[in-house]
Design a protein around this ligand. Structure first.
Ligand code: CUA
Length: 335
């Protein structure tokens, strides 16, 4: 292949990718295919922007390519020298300005629709943590992580904040994107017309495990959501090593390894394999303390109060006292 063919092939491949990729993303990871109530406006706006963008690309690139071919240097051709063209300059100032203002108005309008949660009969509180999503059902006093169940055909308001850094809450198939900012409450809503499981992800780079900060929205009939809430509450109220293991596998595992052969995701977080017998400490006194359930409970509840400056966060307020007791019970079974 000569250089010219190579360039043409590479360029065509790049162009094809740009236009084909948006249509081959797995269902549920994109919102362009089946708009739901909250995304209808956004999808419409997306297509308006897409068409305008393609038209501008065609005009600008077409103009460049045509100029390169038509006005290339050839023997016998003299370049014409000229300065300024008021009509053209006016056109390429006013037309883009009109487009930008028009799209801004459309964007502001769709943002207003997305954040209009006044008439939502159900609220779920969302807190972004490094690196998991915490959901709270305020009326049922239930807290869960990473998987949230919502009733179908119901407008659900998500009140979104963050505990540490800025995250972004995004379930593409059900709603728009909303920043999770410490100290602020941002709101967004979603309605799932059909039952289903919808993937979501953190859409704001928030540290090492940003890419693992996934979530799942399960939409099901209202009575099944009620049953799920009741069952989950019951499960979480039990202090058993099994509940503790579940919590550990969702929360502690973000930083700690539970396998002797695997290093902890966070370098400074001790490997908790064999916690009850070997412990992560090499000093006998510390090991003794670490195996004392009372001390361990204090440590997991509020480590910074026990050891100022530690990277271990305070879990009080995130995990319930029962869940912390369950984690303690679980850690003490690790032999
Ligand atoms: Cu949280 Cu990215």
């Amino acid at each position: 292949m000569n250089v010219r063919t190579t360039i043409v092939v590479l360029l065509s491949a790049a162009l094809a990718l740009v236009f084909i990729l948006p249509f081959v993303v797995p269902a549920g990871h994109t919102w362009t295919t089946a708009p739901v109530p909250a995304t209808g406006d956004v999808v419409f706006l997306y297509w308006v922007m897409f068409v305008i963008g393609v038209a501008i690309l065609a005009i600008v690139e077409g103009g460049i390519i045509a100029s390169v071919i038509l006005f290339r240097e050839r023997p016998g051709h003299q370049a014409k020298v000229f300065h300024g063209n008021p009509t053209l300059e006016f056109a390429w100032t006013v037309i883009p300005a009109v487009i930008v203002i028009g799209l801004s108005i459309g964007s502001i309008r769709s943002l207003q629709v997305l954040t209009d949660t006044a008439d939502a009969p159900m609220t779920i509180e969302v807190t972004g943590h490094q690196w998991f999503w915490q959901f709270r059902y305020p009326n049922d006093d239930l807290q869960v992580r990473d998987e949230v169940h919502i009733p179908t055909n119901t407008k659900v308001k998500f009140a979104i904040t963050a505990a540490d850094v800025i995250h972004s809450f995004w379930v593409p198939a059900l709603s728009g994107k909303m920043d999770a900012v410490p100290g602020r409450k941002n709101e967004i809503w979603m309605i799932a017309p059909e039952p289903g499981t919808f993937q979501g992800q953190c859409a704001e780079f928030c540290g090492l495990h940003h890419g693992d900060m996934l979530l799942k929205v399960v939409a099901e009939p209202p009575d099944r959501v009620k049953a799920w809430i009741a069952k989950t509450k019951e499960d979480l109220a039990r202090v058993t090593p099994e509940v503790g293991q579940q919590v550990s596998q969702q929360v502690c595992i973000q930083c700690h390894s539970f396998e002797a052969s695997k290093p902890s995701p966070l370098q400074t977080a001790p490997n908790l394999a064999g916690y009850a017998t070997k412990g992560p400490y090499n000093e006998p006194v510390k090991a003794l303390k670490a195996r004392d359930p009372e001390w361990l409970r204090k440590w997991v509840t509020n480590a910074p109060a026990v050891k100022p400056g530690t990277q271990m966060p305070k879990w009080e307020g995130v995990l319930t006292p029962t869940q912390i007791d369950a984690v303690v019970a679980y850690l003490l079974t690790l032999k």
